[in-house]
Design a protein around this ligand. Sequence first.
Ligand code: AHG
Ligand code: MN
Ligand code: MN
Ligand code: MN
Length: 334
Amino acid sequence: MSSRISLSRFLIEEQRLHGALPPDLRLLIETVARACKAIAHSVNKGALAGVLGDAGTGNVQGEAQKKLDVIANDILLEANEWGGNLGAMASEEMELPHSIPEHMPRGRYLLMFDPLDGSSNIDVNISVGTIFSVLEAPEGNTQPTEADFLQAGSHQVAAGYAVYGPQNMLVLTFGHGVYGFTLDRELGSWVLTHRNMTVPATTGEFAINMSNQRHWEAPVQRYVGELLAGKEGPLGKDYNMRWVASMVAEVHRIITRGGIFMYPKDARDPAKPGKLRLMYEGNPMAFIIEQAGGLATDGHRRIMDIVPQGLHERVAVFLGSKEEVARVTGYHQG
Ligand code: AHG
Ligand code: MN
Ligand code: MN
Ligand code: MN
């Protein structure tokens, strides 16, 4: 038991090892991790706590909100408001950034989150999660506005996700590799269980919502066509397919055993670059996947190089095992 490393101990040791993890960032991560524990508790209670089903409201993404979308958002706001390490927060579920109230201490960081990812899966008891990303507010700005959030993902100082499944896990990066923690429910603590998580460079597994096939662009049609052709096709091997419809669950599978995840642009709405959100889904997952040795592109460029134009900007996503992401990105580049 004594050899167990808690999240708190891990973070303090990281701080000593790489001066790159400042104490205020460490405390911010502890707060987010505590909020994820509270969200896990609500998700795990399910019908017993009356948290399943629709909230009866909509969000800025044009989606109907589930009760747990709203609960998870409130938990993250409340937990982070008084910590003193943040200037503002932005969320998939809120149109505008949430500033830290006047009477509370402020800090230099900006926190972005997808409070509940995969929320179509809540009512059917399939894994969901929380995704978050941390940026630093431009120097000296104690009253951050929306414009301060519009930084390329390469500026992220931390990112992570929690997956609420058969086990509750927290996966983190600060730019020095990827680490996974499992929630010990009895002790109520996140315990380091996965060191230096890496995405295998090659894979025989892909994830895409095939029901949208007729709306994809030519490079995606070509690539998925080759995957489906299997041994008899140009790639000369059989591929397996998975689609959970929770990005956190797909990324967690990929970081565990490899694979490629795709959510491409869709011809139904030519003005929309993709379905997933750059700030709450694309960037944090790209940071984690790159830190684990994988690749993340929008088909044309590295996701983390995109300079966002708006808080709720969408992005096409191709991420996971290097060899496959490079192949489908190459098909887009011609
Ligand atoms: P969210 O629940 O946060 O709105 O995100 C859902 C996302 C993502 O998790 C998943 O990969 C994708 O939407 C599923 O989309 P489809 O329903 O089109 O398969
Ligand atoms: Mn949503
Ligand atoms: Mn999501
Ligand atoms: Mn969500």
